[in-house]
Design a protein around this ligand. Structure first.
Ligand code: FAD
Length: 380
């Protein structure tokens, strides 16, 4: 075992940290208030190779692996979780990478890695989220095309993406519930695709979230991810095994950011003539935050390291995702408490961290879904 980051990884972490500090901090409040996607920041990050950085060099990426991508995600989320979701500009491409044909990899991965396109992963539907296999969007073969009908809900990047990896039923006749679905790469500009941005989110308001409907959308058959129909559910599970680790890295970053802000504040703020950091009850809060962050970071690094070795551990991923969400919510809550009344107004960043943190227990599998996965495997 080696817990030391390589020189390249240290450099990558520093680059991401500097970028977030310089680019995110000055605009985070405004983008949160205005619910505006940080298009300019995404472009700059792409130029530095920080978007889709996990994509191997042969497909135009930086080739830093999923571990490297987790480091970028952590540093970005430390400053602002909503803006940090620009790293999710490659969201969905993981499914092409794991299950796509060589032509699909060569066509789509470089586009995203080189800042020419944003992608999305469209799995959730208005009536099916946790129950992934309950997705009812339907693709019916017509000559060399599929005709796609249905709708998707809560799709990150929906309104800014060029294409979306879409889970849909292609084989309704299959007796097995998990063999009915496939993934299609759907161009967002196709006739019949309607995208409606969702506004009024509690947090991550700089990130785009949309509702999408498909009405007789003609999708060429070569857009099927991989070569065989009926693999979509399994491809989705493999996809989540990757992206859950990135969401867990978001949790470490947010929690660390909340701790950073708290440490700074308790040194400056005085009550009863002394800094509030001199009270043992404040110190206990800081220490508990640090303990949980350290534990979570180790879990994230181990999960990402295993993934890069091709040795995915779904239980560890669920444990990590669960604990990361808990840590983020816990730390953001303490950060607000340590800031007193100032923690409740948006002049101070910690109220944004508090609102942002909750999504980490909801998306990419709710915390209950993670518990189910862990328990199921234990009892299998
Ligand atoms: C901001 C945001 C961004 C998102 N981005 C994307 C995206 O890019 N792509 C995408 O496809 N989806 C995305 N989602 C959707 C997200 O992954 C789902 O909201 C999530 O998986 C939960 O699904 P649901 O909302 O349908 O809740 P439901 O599945 O209806 O769950 C409601 C409650 O019931 C619980 N529950 C459900 N089943 C069980 C069970 N068997 N046992 C115990 N409890 C259960 C859940 O844990 C939850 O507490 C996003 C959501 C949000 C809010």
């Amino acid at each position: 075992m080696d817990f030391e980051l390589t020189d390249e990884q240290k450099m990558l972490k520093d680059t991401a940290a500097d970028f977030a500090k310089n680019e995110f901090e000055p605009v985070a409040k405004e983008l949160d208030r205005e619910e505006k996607y940080p298009m300019e920041i995404w472009k700059k990050a792409s130029e530095l190779g920080l978007i889709g950085a996990w994509i191997p060099e042969e497909y135009g990426g930086s080739g830093v692996g999923f571990f490297g991508n987790a480091l970028i995600t952590e540093e970005f989320s430390r400053v602002d979780l909503g803006i940090s979701l620009i790293v999710a500009a490659s969201f969905g491409c993981e499914a092409i990478y794991w299950g796509g044909t060589e032509e699909q990899k060569k066509k789509y991965l470089p586009m995203v890695a080189q800042g020419q396109a944003i992608s999305a992963g469209a799995f959730t539907e208005p009536d099916a989220g946790t129950d992934v296999a309950g997705a009812r969007t339907r693709a019916v073969k017509d000559g060399n095309d599929y005709i796609l009908n249905g709708s998707k809900m809560f799709i990150t990047n929906g309104d800014v993406c060029k294409f979306m990896i879409t889970l849909c039923i292609t084989n309704p006749e299959s007796e097995k519930r998990y063999n009915k679905h496939s993934l299609l790469i759907v161009d967002s500009a196709l006739p019949g695709v309607t995208i409606t941005k969702i506004v009024g989110k509690m947090g991550i308001r700089a990130s785009d979230t949309s509702e999408i409907s498909f009405e007789d959308v003609r999708v060429p058959q070569e857009m099927l991810v991989g070569e065989k129909e009926g693999r979509g559910f399994y491809q989705a599970m493999q996809f989540f095994d990757t992206t859950r680790i990135m969401v867990s890295a978001q949790g470490v970053g947010l929690a660390q950011g909340a701790l950073d802000k708290s440490v700074q504040y308790v040194k400056e703020r005085k009550a009863f003539g002394v800094p509030i950091g001199s009270f043992q009850i404040s110190q206990q809060k800081l220490a508990e935050m640090a303990i949980r962050i350290e534990a979570t970071r180790n879990m994230v690094y181990k999960s990402a390291w295993l993934l890069d070795k091709g040795d995915v551990d779904p239980i560890l991923n669920s444990i990590t995702k669960y604990y990361s969400g808990e840590t983020a919510v816990f730390c953001a809550n303490y950060a607000v408490e340590l800031h007193g009344g100032y923690g409740y107004i948006d002049e101070y960043d910690v109220q944004r961290y508090y609102r942002d943190a909750k999504i980490l227990q909801l998306y990419e599998g709710t915390k209950e879904a993670e518990v189910l996965t862990i328990a199921r495997r234990l009892l299998a």
